[in-house]
Ligand binder design. Structure first.
Ligand SMILES: NC(=O)c1ccc[n+]([C@@H]2O[C@H](COP(=O)([O-])OP(=O)(O)OC[C@H]3O[C@@H](n4cnc5c(N)ncnc54)[C@H](O)[C@@H]3O)[C@@H](O)[C@H]2O)c1
Length: 250
């Protein structure tokens, strides 16, 4: 197991109220870092570390003013911002369908949450990262945007493809400021997002098509995110990292 030391570093993590975002925030807190946690959900119980290490902001990432105020307030309180993990996302099961049939309000809502929120967080965080002398970002896409799907969720997969494009653009624009930007493409993973897998049989059916023989976990994704944020990945920027147990090999 890699042991990280994030002492003195400050991370903004979106979607930190559950699933992968909560796992990333937890690992950074355990490694001595301070974390600004943003989510619609209330603050989870039993977070590790000292309460002074964290700032929990319950609110909507589609609200640019809320995002900017939260990140500016965190920078004032903690003195710096070093990392940004854009983890929040939604699948509106049953509503997010083919572009030929989708309600355009659903299309816009998915884009606002998944892609435009990344614009809000990056615009707010980058000036503080520059002031800190550099930093790192990791953004969450999905393997779904890298292949076709017989049951399309077109708003989700198209907005997630945009996440990768914006990440590479940020990587190019900010390299000379010492700010890295990378994207993780998770495969199917057991988190609150997939609470429709409500039996072992349903989980096993998904696992059956994954070469490594199991669905992903929040920890699998957090491990990848922590590496990309850490100084160990100091020469890695603009990459697309697939973390899917080999699913795309099929
Ligand atoms: N779980 C999977 O199978 C899977 C697969 C591929 C990609 N992903 C992606 O990984 C990321 C993390 O997913 P997860 O599985 O942890 O999902 P999750 O649903 O468990 O967590 C996502 C969090 O984002 C928050 N959120 C959603 N909309 C928000 C908003 N407008 N403002 C603030 N917070 C908001 C939710 O409240 C939730 O806590 C997402 O971007 C998701 O699209 C997940």
């Amino acid at each position: 197991m890699i042991r990280y030391d994030f002492t003195g570093r400050v991370a903004v993590v979106t979607g930190a109220g559950g699933g992968m975002g909560l796992e990333i925030a937890t690992l950074i807190l355990e490694a001595g870092g301070r974390v600004v946690m943003i989510d619609l959900k209330p603050e989870p119980a039993d977070l590790p570390g000292d309460p002074d290490q964290r700032l929990y902001a319950q609110g909507d990432l589609t609200d640019a003013a809320f995002v900017t105020e939260t990140i500016n307030h965190a920078a004032e309180r903690f003195g710096r911002i070093d990392y940004l993990a854009n983890v929040a996302g939604v699948i509106l099961f049953g509503k997010d369908v083919s572009l030929l049939d989708i309600d355009l309000d659903v299309w816009d809502r998915v884009f606002d949450i998944t892609l435009k929120s990344m614009v809000h967080t990056a615009r707010a965080a980058v000036p503080h990262m520059k002031a800190a002398g550099g930093g790192a970002m990791v953004h969450f896409s999905t393997v779904q945007c890298l292949r076709g799907d017989p049951a399309p969720q077109d708003a989700y997969s198209t907005s997630k493809a945009g996440v990768g494009a914006l990440s590479r653009s940020l990587a190019m624009q900010l390299a000379t400021d010492g700010i890295r930007s990378n994207t993780i493409y998770p495969g199917p993973s057991q988190t609150p997002m997939q609470d429709r897998w409500d039996s072992a049989d349903k989980v096993d059916a998904v696992a059956d098509v994954i070469p490594l023989g199991r669905v992903g976990t929040a920890k699998d994704m957090a491990n990848a995110a922590l590496f990309l944020l850490s100084d160990n990945a100091g020469y890695i920027t603009g990459i697309d990292l697939v973390v899917d147990g080999g699913l795309l090999l099929r």
